[in-house]
Each structure stands twice: as structure tokens, then as C-alpha cells.
Design a protein around this ligand. Structure first.
Ligand code: TXE
Length: 481
């Protein structure tokens, strides 16, 4: 059985305690590797390594930092199929999705920030003739990056790439549910010649490793993606220590479909935005609002298409959906389907676990599920389910649908379907959402700010905002006599 190791000070090492926990393959429900059950002692080692590396890495010329990071890009690309297969085995997602999206995006994250640092600039502000201000941005030091299980290598690199590119040294913790690609990535860091201590990966549970990173006095900034409750816990610890925080949290995203939309495009994309990655993307639309004149036509076509989706072996090219990430998560999603029924919801498609044959019979599969007949403010429509489960509801007016869309505690992403540009612009302005897609979904330009309003988070990732998060701005004011 494969033993995952921590990556500290440039070496792959065992956890100090010598203890490990099980790592499951969601497609079979069986243990297939072991993950270090690290604790605050391992975090301490990692912080020391990062502190030692920082003075040199922070002044390493940008061209040199860029060169090493670009080497990582080519190694990720070289290992595309190996990494995609590992991601699929660890997470349950179709290997096809990991090959087309997760792993290429991990390479793009590094490429983007490796080249971004070469194009960043600083500001200068002239006051009067003889007074010049210039602002410099210095890497903040040792930073903590904590990432989730839904897009493991994709979201892990989305944090560590800007941190390392900016000149920081990192203590990182991937999700204990999906540690494998971060482990394989640590092997690539050694091969790429990343100086020891620049990146340290400590595997283990959130309440041990995650909380030790969050509370560590030598870590002045934390970048976190995960559940809203965990984000609140991290903020509670980090705020009195005046740490910089970037929090990307949950979502309960609305899809607003007006009667004048491009019907086929809206339908096809709504299938993707509902069920891609088994609905386990924080950007998935889980509340579908359809304008009444096309409600029945859209609903029926959507149900028909959903029933044709293949839930199967993630390694099979024909599978549209694989397994959800864990047994606990499967049970949570199924419990929300029960709640929806109690709240008066009618199941139009799915609504149950799927048991596959042979080796896969204990895997964690859920049929893509559509629920109708719920009010916008019931728990099913307010709480994040994070699985292949959506609700569908009609609306009559723009005002009404905006009230529905904005009614949750979340504000991460929204999708609007209409051919009326004036309306699209107006609705986008009124949505309480960090990201609005008009007539598309998941189109991502890495230069744009990424993040949510309300309980969906604090701060924005992406573009220069991400690089700047890992720096301190310092203004130097010069008076020339
Ligand atoms: O996330 P957690 P979980 C949502 C989704 C899901 C729910 C819970 O609704 O059902 O969150 O998922 C680490 N201090 N999203 O429990 O626990 C943890 O080890 C520091 C949305 O898996 O938030 C992991 O590395 N760290 C989301 C990371 O935090 C802690 C993606 C995220 O895990 C910690 C995932 C602590 N006290 C879940 N406790 C999105 N927005 O993409 C845990 N961790």
C-alpha cells in the first residue's frame, strides 16, 4: 500500500509521530493508501524550514523564481496522465475531467504566476515638485495555504503558485481526503530544483495540522478554501493575531434563465453547471430559476437530459459522473435529499444512491438529482449541499428572481441566461455575487478577481490581487531638498 509522506525542507519524510490514517478510493469505497497523521510538531518543522529558506528565496531574482516555476509547469504537463489518474482515484471524479480540467489548470496556475511576476509594476506618486512617493511590495514571509478536496491539485496550486512566485515560503496543507496529487507534486518540486524549505507540505487532519498552521505566530498570512464554518473558525483564531486572511468559502449559486435565452445553450450548460464534478464545485449552480413562459419546456428537457447522464466508473471515458468524495459526504448529500422531500419537494430525477457492479459495489455514487416544488427560502434552497443535487423553480418578474437569488447567506457566483443585453447588465449589477456569468459558465480568465460576497468569503484570488495578497505594501516618501 502506498505511503504518502510529508515534504519538509526539501525532503520526503515520515510524520514525527509515525502514525498514519487511511486514504480511500471513492469509486470502490476501499482504503488504497496511507496518509501521515501529522500534528503541530511537523508544522513546527515546516515553519522552521520555511523561515530558513525565506531570506534567500525572497531576494532570488524574479527571473530565477520564474524559471524554476516554469520548470514545474513542464513537469506537470509531462505527468498529465499520471496526475489525472491519481486525482481521479483519490477524489472519485471522472479521469476525463481531471485530464481536461484539473491537471492542465494546475499547470496554468503556475504558468500564470511565474510569468505574472515578470510583468508586475509598482506605483509612484509625485506630490509637489520635490516630493516623490514610491510603493514597494515585499513578500510577507512564511504563509499558510490550506486547500479542500473538490479540485485538489487545481486549488492547491491556485494558492501556492502566487505565494511562491511573490517570494514567500509556504507551509501548505492539502485536504486529508485527497492528499495524493499534492504528494506527487512534492516529488516534482524536488525534480524541478525548488530550493529546500520554499514549499513545505504537511499532510493530516484540519483540527491538527490546519489549526496548528492557523495559530502559528510565525505565519502572518493564511489563504484558505473550504467550508464556511471552517473559514469562521480560522478567522476567529487568526483575527486577534492580526493575520492577513484570504477566505474562499461556500456557495449556493443561482442560475437565472429568462424566457428569451438561447434555449439549447442554456440547457446544455445548465447540465454542466449542475453536475460537473458530481456538483462538487463551489461555482456549480444549485438553484435554477426559470421564467414562467418556458418553465415547463425547460424543466422537461432538463430532466430528460439529466436522466441520460451516465454515473459510472471514473476511469471509463463514457462516465459523465463518478463517485462523490467520501462516505460521510455521500450521507450528507443523501440527507439533504430526504430533507427536500420533508419540505415538500418532488424528485423529478435521481434522488438516490447508485450501487454499481463488482469492485465498484461499495463506491459512493449518487444519481444526478432534480427537485421541484420547493420555496426559495426553505433549508434545501438556503444551505450548501455540494453534490449532484439541484432545485428548479419558476419566476414571473426580474424583481422577484433577484430577491430569490439574493436570499441566501452566500454570494459566490451566479449565471444569467438572456439575449437582452440591457437586462443582463442590469441584473448583473444587482446580484449579490462576486462572479456573474452571462450566457456561459466557468469561463475563467486568471487575471480576473475570484471570490465571493457575504458568507462566501473575504478577499479575492486571481491576477495581481493574489500576488499582492502575499506581499506587504510599503510606501517610501522622499523629499528632495
Ligand atoms: O471542508 P473543510 P469539508 C463545503 C461543502 C462541504 C463543506 C465541508 O459544503 O460539504 O464545506 O467540507 C481544513 N483549521 N466545501 O469538511 O473542513 C481541512 O483539513 C484549519 C466548499 O471537507 O472546510 C481541509 O484541508 N484548517 C469548498 C480544508 O480545511 C481546517 C470546498 C477544507 O476542509 C480546519 C470544500 C481547522 N479547524 C468544501 N478544519 C469550496 N468552497 O470549494 C478543517 N480544515
Amino acid at each position: 500500500m502506498q505511503m504518502i509522506k510529508n515534504y519538509i525542507n526539501g525532503e520526503l519524510i515520515e510524520p514525527i509521530s509515525g502514525t498514519y490514517s487511511n486514504n480511500y478510493n471513492p469509486s470502490t469505497g476501499k482504503v488504497y493508501s496511507l496518509i501521515p497523521d501529522s500534528d503541530e510538531k511537523d508544522v513546527e518543522l515546516a515553519v522552521k524550514a520555511a523561515e530558513t529558506a525565506f531570506p534567500s528565496w525572497s531576494v532570488t531574482p524574479k527571473e530565477e523564481r520564474s524559471r524554476i516555476l516554469l520548470k514545474l509547469v513542464s513537469l506537470i504537463e509531462r505527468d498529465l496522465h499520471k496526475l489525472a489518474l491519481a486525482e481521479s482515484t483519490d477524489n472519485g471524479k471522472p479521469v476525463k475531467l481531471a485530464t481536461l480540467v484539473d491537471i492542465p489548470r494546475a499547470a496554468s496556475n503556475f504558468h500564470f504566476f511565474a510569468t505574472g511576476i515578470l510583468h508586475d509594476s509598482t506605483e509612484a506618486h509625485l506630490m509637489e515638485d520635490k516630493v516623490i512617493n514610491y510603493t514597494i511590495r515585499q513578500p510577507i514571509g512564511v504563509v499558510g495555504c490550506i486547500s479542500p478536496w473538490n479540485l485538489p491539485l487545481y486549488l492547491f496550486t491556485w494558492k501556492i503558485a502566487p505565494a511562491i512566485a511573490a517570494g514567500c515560503c509556504v507551509v501548505a496543507k492539502p485536504s486529508e481526503v485527497t492528499p495524493m496529487t499534492a504528494y506527487l507534486f512534492s516529488e516534482l518540486c524536488i525534480e524541478a530544483g525548488l530550493p529546500k524549505g520554499v514549499l513545505n507540505i504537511v499532510h493530516g487532519f484540519g483540527h491538527k495540522v490546519g489549526s496548528a498552521i492557523t495559530a502559528h505566530p510565525k505565519i502572518p498570512a493564511i489563504s484558505f478554501t473550504g467550508g464556511t464554518a471552517t473559514g469562521a473558525q480560522i478567522a476567529k483564531v487568526a483575527a486577534p493575531m492580526f493575520k492577513k486572511l484570504s477566505l474562499e468559502l461556500g456557495g449556493k449559486n443561482p442560475n437565472i434563465i429568462f424566457a428569451d435565452c438561447d434555449f439549447e445553450n442554456a440547457l446544455k450548460t445548465t447540465i454542466q453547471s449542475s453536475f460537473a464534478n458530481q456538483g462538487q464545485i463551489c461555482l456549480c449552480g444549485s438553484r435554477i430559476f426559470v421564467e414562467r413562459p418556458i418553465y415547463e419546456k425547460f424543466r422537461d428537457a432538463f430532466v430528460e437530459k439529466t436522466k441520460k447522464l451516465v454515473v459510472g466508473n471514473p476511469k471509463d471515458e463514457k462516465s459523465n459522473l463518478g463517485a462523490v468524495v467520501s462516505e460521510a459526504h455521500m450521507n450528507k448529500v443523501l440527507s439533504y435529499i430526504e430533507l427536500a422531500k420533508e419540505e415538500g419537494g418532488k424528485i423529478l430525477a435521481g434522488g438516490h444512491r447508485i450501487i454499481l457492479d463488482g469492485d465498484l459495489s461499495e463506491g459512493w455514487y449518487i444519481a444526478p438529482t432534480i427537485i421541484e416544488g420547493l420555496s426559495f427560502d426553505c433549508r434545501t434552497n438556503q444551505e450548501e449541499i455540494f453534490g449532484p443535487v439541484v432545485t428548479i423553480m419558476p419566476f414571473d418578474t426580474e424583481e422577484e428572481v433577484l430577491a430569490y437569488a439574493n436570499s441566501t447567506q452566500y454570494g459566490l457566483a451566479a449565471t444569467v441566461w438572456t439575449e437582452n443585453l440591457t437586462r443582463a447588465h442590469r441584473v448583473a449589477g444587482k446580484l449579490q455575487s462576486g462572479i456573474v456569468w452571462i450566457n456561459c459558465w466557468l469561463l475563467r480568465d486568471l487575471r480576473t478577481p475570484f471570490g465571493g460576497m457575504k458568507n462566501s468569503g473575504v478577499g479575492r484570488e486571481g491576477g495581481f490581487e493574489a500576488l499582492h495578497f502575499f506581499t506587504e505594501a510599503k510606501n517610501v516618501c522622499i523629499k528632495i531638498a
